[in-house]
Design a protein. Structure first.
Length: 210
């Protein structure tokens, strides 16, 4: 099995054209979070989504967005998957799933073993393990001491230089990259191609403990 790839923080039509050509499995849009230079409005995401290939899943990334807005965007087809990257609790995850019958990713900051224990109990369809809120840094991978037996996304500081080790060592269902495929705060097609080539040549085999 190959690890799937999510390229997050898409900003413009040039990004969409690149994604359509290179075809990662997931395309991420940061929605209504002006703290991030990658943030887009709902209207902007709708326009970009219309240009995205149908076989690439659009992920809306939210930080403490009102629940009704997330549900509406899923129902309207603006996004295929909601990624909750704030303080949203498990009850909110369940309500969104029940209201939309669409997948939910819940992100967790992994700083101690207890954080992983909490993440594994989530009712989200996927969990995403990260160092923080889009800080572009890796977390301590040694906190993952055995194979995770549910679909999960690995995020945080991933780039060409460490992606091979990350996949071989941790065996994630998917890897999530943003700043690691940028140059001057813009998605760099060369870097995106490089990480996709790595992910597509690595079979997720036996976990390597280090």
């Amino acid at each position: 099995m190959l690890s799937k790839v999510k390229i997050c923080g898409l900003q413009n039509e040039a990004d969409i054209e690149m994604i359509n050509q290179l075809k990662p499995e997931f395309a991420g849009f940061i929605i209504n979070y002006p703290v991030s230079y990658r943030s887009k409005t709902e209207k902007e995401v709708k326009i970009l989504r219309e240009k995205l290939r149908e076989d690439i899943q659009a992920v809306g990334v939210f930080v403490n967005e009102p629940e009704e807005n997330v549900i509406r965007m899923l129902k309207e087809g603006t996004i295929d998957i909601a990624q909750l990257h704030g303080e949203e609790d498990d009850e909110m995850v369940l309500r969104i799933k029940r209201s939309t019958n669409q997948p939910v990713i819940k992100s967790f900051c992994l700083r101690r073993e207890k954080d992983l224990e909490e993440a594994l109990l989530s009712h989200a369809d996927y969990i995403l393990l990260d160092q923080g809120k889009g800080e572009g840094k890796t977390f301590d991978w040694s906190l993952i001491k055995e194979e995770i037996k549910r679909p999960w996304f690995l995020a945080g500081g991933l780039k060409k230089e460490n992606l091979r080790e990350a996949i071989e060592r941790l065996r994630p269902y998917a890897v999530d990259l943003s700043s690691g495929v940028e140059t001057d705060k813009r998605k760099d097609p060369k870097k995106v191609l490089e990480v996709l080539e790595i992910a597509r040549t690595l079979q997720v085999g036996k976990r390597i403990n280090k």
